[in-house]
Write a protein that binds this ligand. Structure first.
Ligand code: ADP
Ligand code: MG
Length: 243
């Protein structure tokens, strides 16, 4: 079967700085791959290349067999199929939860208000947020805001979710509720690429873990092996520092 995401020898420069160096990585359907590595190793850039918030320079990235720079995705097709969530939830403060999550479907993807609202109620309910549709972001905890941001990313029924350190800005007591949602999405079969510093979560939730260092994937494998018996000294040094 065609992999959901196929990253093949991808290279990316910012100016003259080499940020991704011939990175290859495959994510199969229903698979969860966690990216770990030090700050500046290229994790966010790799994630952003997948839905083309960042354009890579060399190599190929395919989503469900189609190169991400293929015109058939059109202007917004890729964002629809590969949803991304960031550390900072990026909710509009002057809009209600419902307005926040129905904005893109209505304005960008041409979904009717009625349909967008119905879908919004469905995803909010799934995350225990159905009572908050009319609330404003500032009335919510960080964990609740992040749940809304995840709900927003799911509005277009994406094939993959790209999660970039989505618990990094949360108070420690709120991390668990967000990770539980991600765990639930995995159990429901969602394909995900997850950048995280939560090693316990990666160990529990990832099918595979890839360790990035200086723009290269130094090693990848099942979490038990990467965490239990890393082969590369640099992976070991990173894990010793972080765990
Ligand atoms: P990570 O997410 O692993 O911390 P990033 O992908 O954010 O790493 O960054 C990798 C490298 O690329 C860093 O050296 C960073 O400074 C640089 N970088 C990231 N985004 C940009 C940008 N938009 N312009 C210039 N340099 C960038
Ligand atoms: Mg990052």
């Amino acid at each position: 079967m065609t992999p959901m995401i196929e990253i093949d020898e991808v290279t990316k420069y910012f100016g003259t700085k080499l940020v991704l160096d011939r990175v290859s990585l495959t994510v199969n359907r229903h698979e969860v791959v966690c990216l770990i590595g030090a700050s500046g190793s290229g994790k966010s850039t790799l994630l952003r290349c997948v839905n083309r918030l960042v354009a890579h320079d060399y190599g190929t990235i395919r989503l469900d067999g189609v190169p991400v720079d293929d015109p058939r995705f059109g202007k917004t097709g890729l964002q629809k199929r590969a949803g991304i969530v960031f550390q900072s939830y990026n909710l509009f403060p002057h809009m209600t939860v419902l307005e926040n999550i129905t904005l893109a479907p209505r304005r960008v993807h041409g979904v009717s208000r009625a349909e967008a609202t119905a879908r919004a109620q469905e995803v909010l309910a799934r995350f225990g947020m159905d009572g908050f549709a009319q609330a404003y972001p500032e009335q919510l905890s960080g964990g609740q805001q992040q749940r809304v941001a995840i709900a927003r990313a799911l509005m277009t029924k994406p094939d993959v979710l790209l999660l970039d350190e989505i618990t990094a800005a949360l108070d420690p007591e709120l991390v668990g509720e967000v990770l539980a949602i991600i765990r639930g999405l995995k159990d429901a079969g969602m394909t995900m690429m997850i950048v995280t510093h939560e090693m316990g979560f990666a160990r529990d939730c990832a099918d595979r873990v890839a360790f990035l260092s200086d723009g290269m994937i130094l090693e990848e494998g099942p979490p038990d092996r990467i965490f239990g018996a890393p082969e590369q000294p640099r992976t070991r040094a990173f894990l010793d520092r972080i765990i």
